[in-house]
Design a protein around this ligand. Structure first.
Ligand code: 9D3
Length: 249
């Protein structure tokens, strides 16, 4: 997979792309990331990329020309060409990024991520250049850069072999629609707090049921909304009913 990122702040991407999974995935040739400075395609001596909004009201708006020029050059498009890959604008007005959207994006060979700044981008970028608009959640960021990093991270770890373990993403929270059971490692007693006995017992069937119930308990306590969509067995439903009964007594 190849991801082009277009931004006014290319320096922001240096750290995150050079560590851990993203670093290894690039070294392994699973993914290539190219960060482009939109300012390089801005015309004029001052390479101005923002301007005041028509109609007034404060703040600044990203000019369309540098963004169109940058995207067309990077993707090898002529003006008016059909987009050769998804061209995604990161904006608070986009559809919300979820694990499902990450899976959807991971199916493409190439993506272009356009990072908005200031109050937003000229509407003609939305209307005539981008093919998709994504937000990472309902909070106010300073621009699309951190959102682009979040998307690159979530998509990369879905690429086959990115984690060295083909099954690893199946266990992820949200992959099976429930929160995860608690995890413990050595020492068996830490500051007087022991690891639950069941984890040491070797009863594989009991352990599996315990983990499933811990997972259901956590989800019921913290994210009951997730239970609506989760795949639940009869045993799962029976356990949830005991929780419900305890709570209402
Ligand atoms: C003060 C301006 N805002 C009114 C609430 C509108 C606004 C414009 C631009 C708010 C934030 C931004 C910059 N944010 C992004 O470009 C952005 C973003 C975000 O803020 N939250 C979640 N996902 C994203 S993706 C891009």
């Amino acid at each position: 997979m190849h991801i082009d990122i277009l931004t006014l702040f290319p320096g922001m991407f240096c750290g995150p792309f050079e560590e851990s999974i993203l670093k290894r995935a690039q070294e392994a040739g699973l993914i290539s990331l190219a960060v482009h400075n939109i300012r390089d395609w801005a015309p004029g001596k001052h390479r101005q990329c923002d301007d005041t909004p028509y109609g007034g009201g404060g703040g600044m708006v990203m000019k369309p020309e540098p963004i169109f020029n940058a995207v067309e050059a990077v993707l090898g498009m002529a003006p008016g060409d059909l987009a050769p890959c998804p061209i995604i604008l990161l904006t608070p007005q986009g559809r919300q990024f979820t694990q499902q959207v990450a899976h959807e994006l991971a199916r493409h060979e190439r993506l272009a991520l356009v990072c908005g700044r200031y109050e937003g981008v000229d509407e003609r970028v939305r209307a005539h250049l981008v093919t998709d608009e994504i937000s990472i959640g309902d909070y106010v960021l300073s621009g699309g850069e951190l959102a682009a990093m979040v998307i690159v991270d979530a998509v990369t770890r879905l690429l086959p072999d990115a984690l060295g373990d083909p099954g690893a993403t199946l266990h992820d929270s949200h992959a099976n629609g429930l929160l995860e059971h608690p995890h413990y490692t050595r020492p068996v007693v830490f500051r007087g707090w022991p690891v639950p006995e069941i984890l040491l017992s070797g009863h594989h069937a009991h352990l599996a049921r315990w983990r499933r119930e811990q997972s259901l308990l956590r989800t019921w306590e913290r994210r009951p909304d997730l239970l609506q969509e989760a795949q639940l067995s009869e045993a799962d439903r029976a356990y949830l009913e005991t929780l419900q009964a305890e709570a209402s007594s």
